[in-house]
Design a protein around this ligand. Structure first.
Ligand SMILES: CC(C)(COP(=O)(O)OP(=O)(O)OC[C@H]1O[C@@H](n2cnc3c(N)ncnc32)[C@H](O)[C@@H]1OP(=O)(O)O)[C@@H](O)C(=O)NCCC(=O)NCCS
Length: 167
């Protein structure tokens, strides 16, 4: 007689842990990596570092299992805050991480007198424009030929779209 013993095992599901942290200079290499991955006109390491170290700015990262996958930089001014930069690691986009960072920022800002976010985006950056519209931003004005380096047509300028979210 032969016995067949079957042991049912549960699949191992590794829990994911999402965390939000204030950026520090120690994060600079992760930030530079994401910035250069995503932009044809990336901020330099110096510009990113200056923004992180500027005490006026609010700069946050989103990490999964301690790996930084995205960041957000904001400059508050009275009751408004300007989004200076937001970027999610290209391999992890369209999974809700941009929304999570944005909502985390809004929760933080609700503890202050700031009640609106303003930003400027290249007219060619359809992914970002779609992202902002999806999460409630509206287009409020256009700056003709604002950007010196056109992402798609070198030697031409590019319009900037100003968007605003009231919350
Ligand atoms: C803009 C950005 C931060 C969005 O982050 P994200 O994590 O991908 O966004 P979410 O997953 O939270 O939201 C997804 C929504 O954003 C928009 N979106 C994101 N990537 C898109 C793409 N490649 N094409 C079109 N829409 C896109 C869509 O509205 C999408 O919703 P859908 O999937 O239902 O169509 C990310 O695309 C990014 O890092 N882009 C490069 C840097 C950049 O351009 N920053 C903005 C400078 S102003």
């Amino acid at each position: 007689m032969s016995w067949v013993i079957s042991i049912k095992t549960k699949p191992i599901i590794k829990p994911i842990s999402i965390s939000y942290n204030k950026l520090s200079y120690d994060d600079i290499d992760s930030i530079v990596f994401i910035e250069h991955q995503n932009s044809q006109n990336p901020w330099s390491k110096t510009q990113l570092a200056e923004s992180i170290l500027n005490p006026t700015n609010l700069c946050y990262s989103l990490s999964i299992n301690s790996q930084i996958l995205g960041f957000l930089m904001v400059m508050p001014a009275f009751d408004t805050a300007d989004i200076l930069n937001i970027s999610i690691n290209a391999e992890f986009q369209r999974k809700g991480h941009g929304k999570r960072l944005l909502y985390y920022l809004i929760q933080e800002l609700k503890n202050t007198k700031i009640r609106e976010l303003i930003l400027e985006v290249r007219a060619s950056n359809q992914a970002a424009i779609s992202f902002y519209l999806k999460y409630g931003f509206e287009e409020i004005s256009l700056r003709k030929n604002y950007y010196i380096n056109n992402s798609k047509h070198p030697n031409q300028k590019e319009d900037g779209i100003i968007m605003r979210l009231k919350f």
